[in-house]
Ligand binder design. Structure first.
Ligand SMILES: [Zn+2]
Length: 317
């Protein structure tokens, strides 16, 4: 089985090990939800590793700069320690190379543009290989407002300028966490494909973090992708979920014409409640099995779990 995942917080987790816990977890093997030892049970494995701005509002430029540098250093160290089995990829060509070598393909992203408070920091991130940036996290920031704070508040003037600067630096705006108003502000200021690395369907589960049908249709129309998040509150209003809930979101996105645009962005190391029976990255096998039980063909499953994200990267990165 092949697996391309659009979002995890493992780098942040590794940086926390080093800062606070004095544990010796590495990307190769750790006690969290994702490491290469487990993920590379897959034949081909690609992962977007997010550098998270942090759960506290981040408004101070110096603090943001220090955090960015610390996370980039953690990622670079983790990637170089794993170089025998992992390739840090920036382009579609790099992904093909990783596939040929049988290595994990690692991409970098930023979760929460407030981590980028200056044009120098944006350039630093781009040079380090960051290809995707969520315009907000849950809070209001200088760039816009997260869905969790206010879905009616959009991008600020600075946020609109940021979209342009990201694109000039070869990075894509990621709309996961962004308010609905912010999504449409983005849509009206760029023609670029829109990516939601870890967002589900609001028609299936009415959580403010999830995408409306109109938003997902806009993603399809622009040739973008959306990754299904395995966090229980984004899957269902019930207190527990199972893999059928994951299938339901995929099914709904497919019913809108999104069979080549729906991917997985499971949020490993970013959340604590997964569908029953899933505790870590190996749980993706249970998702594949559930899709098979619901009548999806091997090709369709391969598209959702790998090829849709792969195609996007090959065409756009
Ligand atoms: Zn997130």
């Amino acid at each position: 089985m092949d697996y391309f995942d659009l979002h995890c917080d493992t780098i942040c987790e590794l940086s926390r090990y080093r800062l606070y816990r004095q544990e010796t977890g590495t990307l190769l093997q750790n006690s969290g939800q994702l490491d290469l030892t487990r993920a590379m049970r897959c034949t081909h494995y690609a992962q977007v590793f997010a550098l998270f701005c942090g759960a506290q509002p981040l408004n101070d430029a110096r603090q943001a700069h220090e955090r960015l540098m610390h996370l980039l250093e953690t990622a670079q160290r983790a990637f170089s320690e794993s170089a025998s089995v992992l390739r840090h990829c920036r382009t579609g060509g790099d992904l093909r190379q990783a596939e040929r070598e049988g290595k994990a393909a690692a991409f970098l992203a930023i979760e929460g543009a407030e981590l980028l408070q200056s044009e120098d920091d944006i350039r630093t991130a781009a040079e380090a290989g960051v290809r995707l940036v969520t315009l907000t996290w849950n809070h209001r920031s200088r760039y816009g407002c997260g869905a969790a704070a206010d879905n009616e508040a959009g991008l600020t003037e600075e946020g609109i300028r940021l979209v342009k600067i990201l694109s000039e630096n070869g990075m894509f705006a990621d709309v996961s966490h962004l308010s609905e108003h912010g999504f449409w502000d983005l849509a009206s200021c760029t023609d670029a494909p829109i990516v939601a690395t870890h967002s589900n369907s609001r028609a299936v589960c009415p959580h403010l973090r999830n995408l409306t049908d109109a938003q997902f249709e806009e993603i399809i129309a622009r040739g973008g992708v959306a990754g299904i998040n395995l966090y229980v509150p984004f899957l269902t209003r019930r207190s527990r979920a199972d893999c059928t809930d994951v299938v339901r979101h995929i099914e709904h996105f497919c019913s809108l014409g999104g069979q080549h645009h729906v991917c997985i962005g499971a949020d490993w190391d970013g959340c604590d409640r997964f569908p029953d029976g899933i505790t870590d990255v190996t749980g993706i096998e249970a998702v594949a099995e559930a899709l098979a039980r619901h009548g999806y063909t091997d090709t369709q499953i391969h598209n959702f779990l790998y090829d849709n994200a792969r195609r996007f990267v090959i065409e756009q990165f």
